[in-house]
Design a protein around this ligand. Sequence first.
Ligand SMILES: Nc1ncnc2c1ncn2[C@@H]1O[C@H](COP(=O)(O)OP(=O)(O)OP(=O)(O)O)[C@@H](O)[C@H]1O
Ligand SMILES: [Mg+2]
Length: 267
Amino acid sequence: MAPRTPGSLISLNGTARDTPTAAAGRPERGMAHIGPAALARGLSREFAGRLVLDRLDLDIAPGEFVALIGRSGTGKSTLLRALAGLDRDVTGEVSVAGGAAVAFQEPRLVPWRRVWANVCLGLRVSDPKSVAHAALEEVGLTARADAWPLTLSGGEAQRAALARALVREPSLLLLDEPFSALDALTRITMHRLVLRLWAQHQPAVLLVTHDVDEALSLSDRVLVLAGGRIAYGGRIDIPRPRDRDHPELTSLRTSLLGELGVTTEGH
Ligand SMILES: Nc1ncnc2c1ncn2[C@@H]1O[C@H](COP(=O)(O)OP(=O)(O)OP(=O)(O)O)[C@@H](O)[C@H]1O
Ligand SMILES: [Mg+2]
């Protein structure tokens, strides 16, 4: 099992164990760099003799928004699970300073608990219900707090999953294709919401996405996972909201699509 730093806390299925100290000592964005929010060194994972992660190295700075793209089956979810401490069979070093929380592609709400109770499930604080309500207010879901999860729309369910991640006050927010099942308009609203929550709470974010434009519009850095390693990284220093036709983005888009084996000439 990968060694973890003392104080690193592990989340489970997006319903992280209580992380009461997760926010303590978290650096403000812009403060002197006091170490990465997440670090992996020589991280490997094998399934049935096949190496999916192959001595992968990764650093994510506190408060940094990183997007991770890669072809299907390259190990993106495997990497997220390793960073979240959900995979005991990885080898190498993983450390997460503070706590991690995960939101998955499918919101994974417990159907027999009301939305607010899902949000604070497993959270050990003195008044979990008010903590849950405050988080639901932040994601614009106050009106659905007492609803049953199965009555939520896809976008509402993802908001609830985000609220559930937020109440853990993670220093690392892991998002595994959380918007891929949503329609285009809802996605845009969710993008804005995630950027707002990121600015307010300042976690480092690792967002897995298949959508290169989503990566370009949201992140500080886009990474490509290929051959079990981070094969490419491109930094984006353009203020948000970004014009998708910005020349830097156009050029980075071409590079990223090239890394993914897609040409922009329709071949
Ligand atoms: N528990 C498992 N047992 C066996 N193989 C697995 C297991 N989990 C993942 N794999 C394999 O590891 C590879 C990487 O899987 P992973 O889910 O990390 O890919 P991914 O990059 O997230 O793909 P996608 O973009 O389709 O979500 C795949 O070939 C997958 O079949
Ligand atoms: Mg995946």
